[in-house]
Design a binder for this molecule. Structure first.
Ligand SMILES: [Zn+2]
Length: 144
């Protein structure tokens, strides 16, 4: 009984490059890999650098949770079960990484969005298992 009460809530990311720190006070973040030869940075793991073709092991880096809206599209038709409309976008992070994501927190209307606008990453629980394990996903929203 006591064991169940002290059991911590388990959180797992929906994608391998969304890292969840063990310390619950720290926010989940996107993990990148930085080429140790030329400094090019990529989202997630890479076997080789596509800029300098180095195959040396890459350095894992914590990517910024703030970026700029590079491009967006308002999606009106999607797969069955996916609510529309929604904003599909590519966000540029200061590390030189582009992230394919959805923009939430605004009505999906072009008048609310602007190329280059500041956006920030946040995470949301998208599923809870019967044992209470939460699966989280990342999204971006206009920066406050
Ligand atoms: Zn490189």
């Amino acid at each position: 009984m006591a064991e169940a009460e002290t059991k911590e809530k388990q959180v797992k990311p929906i994608l391998p490059f969304l890292h969840v720190p063990e310390n619950p006070d720290e926010k989940p973040y996107l993990a990148g890999n930085k080429c140790t030869s030329c400094g090019a940075t990529y989202l997630g793991a890479r076997m080789a650098c596509s800029k300098c073709f180095s195959t040396e092991p890459m350095e894992e880096v914590k990517l910024s949770d703030k970026g700029e809206l590079h491009v967006f599209s308002i999606v009106h038709q999607s797969a069955p079960g996916i609510p529309t409309p929604y904003v599909a976008a590519i966000v540029d992070l200061p590390e030189g990484v582009s992230v394919r994501c959805n923009i939430e927190g605004v009505e999906p209307d072009p008048k609310n969005l602007e190329f280059g606008m500041a956006v920030e990453m946040y995470t949301e629980t998208v599923h809870t298992d019967s044992d209470g394990t939460e699966t989280i996903a990342f999204k971006f929203r206009p920066a406050k």
